[in-house]
Design a protein around this ligand. Structure first.
Ligand SMILES: [Zn+2]
Length: 243
């Protein structure tokens, strides 16, 4: 095989690997954002549960105040009852006391309801906090994995750059310039495999003469359509070769 063609193939492999690594690195801010969003969702769930519990406590405090007011009224009535002179007054006072007692009973029922609800709400807070702790742990693990991957990607980029310098150093300058030009115009992919008479990237059928030249792997040939440098991968050698 033409030595420069062999180097071009190596160069493309290095460039593609470096592009993959850079793409993965570029995705990191988005991945971090997704992790933070996951955490935020559960934080909000915890905040909501706590808020409900606080509301419940406030409602209970308000009910306790109400009950105290009605009980105060009741004890006042009881004192006044002693001073009552007539049966009519007595009956009226009894009626008032009946009302106040009914009120107290209704509020106490509500308080009981709120107390039962408080147990459920406290349990919900505890559950949400547990979920938050578990999620935080999972996200810390994801962040550690991401940091480790970041280091690996940086190291591999450095290694790829060093290898590239080695390959480029021994290459014909014109061939390299052609590679760089096609690479910059074709989104970093300057080489295309030719298979069965077709450029496998732009899918255009090659002229038979062009394809035959590619098969020999002795010259540097570009695809007429996409300008990529063509190479041929020989089929695995069959046991019996009768060509
Ligand atoms: Zn092509």
């Amino acid at each position: 095989m033409n030595a420069d063609l062999e180097r071009l193939i190596a160069l493309q492999r290095l460039d593609s690997a470096a592009a993959d690594a850079r793409r993965r690195l570029a995705e990191e801010p988005e991945r971090e954002k997704a992790l933070e969003a996951r955490l935020e969702t559960i934080r909000q769930r915890v905040a909501h549960a706590k808020h409900q519990l606080t509301d419940n406590k406030n409602a209970r405090a308000a009910l306790e105040k109400d009950v105290a007011v009605h009980q105060g009224r009741l004890s006042k009535y009881r004192e006044q009852l002693m001073a009552v002179k007539t049966n009519v007054e007595y009956a009226a006072m009894q009626k008032e006391m009946g009302h106040a007692q009914t009120e107290v009973k209704a509020i106490e029922d509500k308080m009981l309801e709120r107390m039962l609800e408080a147990d459920d709400l406290a349990a919900a807070v505890k559950k949400a906090e547990g979920e938050l702790a578990a999620e935080q742990k999972a996200i810390d693990a994801d962040r550690n994995a991401m940091a480790a991957e970041h280091g690996e990607l940086q190291a591999s980029l450095e290694k790829l750059a060093a290898e590239r310098a080695g390959v480029v150093g021994s290459m014909n300058r014109q061939t390299l310039a052609m590679f760089e030009l096609v690479s910059s115009r074709r989104n970093g992919v300057a080489l295309a495999e030719a298979r069965d008479g077709i450029c496998t990237i732009c899918h255009v059928r090659l002229r038979p003469q062009v394809f035959n030249t590619v098969l020999k792997s002795e010259e540097i040939v570009q695809c007429d359509s996409c300008n990529r440098i063509l190479y041929h991968v020989p089929a695995p050698t069959p046991v019996v070769q009768d060509r």
